[in-house]
Write a protein that binds this ligand. Structure first.
Ligand code: APR
Length: 237
């Protein structure tokens, strides 16, 4: 189904788009996450119970960002954003900064960002690129201890109203490299309008693949540039 050049696009990305940059996905075969159990490092309870362990986990992941680069899939989405005449919104579940470094601007990190911290006192959110610990203090109020600006399990993802408003209005919903294990992102495909074109690009069909009109199987670094070229080619006629 050909999209008009003014069509509205919402794109959802997950860990699969960063896999070829060298960042591991979450549900790898061993079910561990960088050798930690999720419930030990990615919940508010875990942070209350053992803040040092949680800080260590995120410090390791924050440091690893310096060792990876955006890949062709990230760059293809920037090309689309810059060339597309209609509204386009990139919603990522990823907390890495690869979309940001690739140049995406119309970007929402619904699960937060590794390179940001949040004050437990004044709630200010600020850039944070170095290690974080229990003795780290908020740069805004100078008093509050800080936590990673990451949405943990049991917490509400960010920008939900804006995301659902965009989903209801979009003409194309494209999901890239996400397994459909985690809500609310897994339910986004059900939130679009009846006439919306829905496409999934993934190495394996996700848990919600059956809800998409089109499913393409393969690596993001191959599928995403090809799909973007198709969209731009169609829109140019
Ligand atoms: N190209 C395309 N897709 C890929 C590739 C690749 N090279 N490698 C893996 N994938 C796909 C897998 O098939 C899977 O569907 O990426 C997906 C990764 O799934 P998950 O590890 O569950 O990651 P994600 O869907 O982003 O997880 C969602 O869960 O752990 C929480 O908050 C965390 O944001 C994360 C959320």
């Amino acid at each position: 189904m050909r999209l008009s050049p003014a069509a509205r696009i919402v794109i959802l990305t997950g860990a699969g788009i960063s896999a070829e940059s060298g960042l591991r996905t979450f549900r790898a075969a061993d079910g561990l996450w960088e050798n930690y159990r999720v419930q030990d490092v990615a919940t508010p309870e875990a942070f209350r119970r053992d803040p040092a362990l949680v800080h260590r986990f995120y410090n390791e992941r924050r440091r690893s960002l310096a060792t990876v680069q955006p890949n062709a899939a990230h760059r293809a989405l920037v090309r689309l954003e810059r060339a597309w005449a209609g509204d386009i919104l990139l919603v990522t579940q990823n907390v890495d900064d690869l979309h940001d470094r690739a140049g995406s601007k119309r970007l929402l990190h619904m699960h937060g960002e590794l390179l940001k911290g949040r004050c437990l006192g004044c709630q200010a959110i600020h850039s944070w690129s170095k290690d974080m610990g229990q003795d780290s203090r908020c740069p805004a109020c100078g008093r509050g201890p800080v936590r990673p600006h990451i949405v943990w399990f049991g917490e509400m993802p960010l920008a939900m109203d804006q995301i659902f408003e965009a989903l209801e209005r979009c003409d194309l919903f494209l999901a890239i490299g996400t397994s459909g294990h985690v809500h609310p992102a897994a339910g986004f495909v059900e939130a679009v309008g009846p006439g919306t074109r829905t496409v999934e690009l993934n190495l394996q069909p996700s848990l919600v693949a059956s809800a998409f009109r089109e499913v393409r199987q393969g690596k993001a670094k191959d599928l995403v540039p090809a799909f973007v070229e198709e969209l731009l080619e169609d829109a140019s006629h």
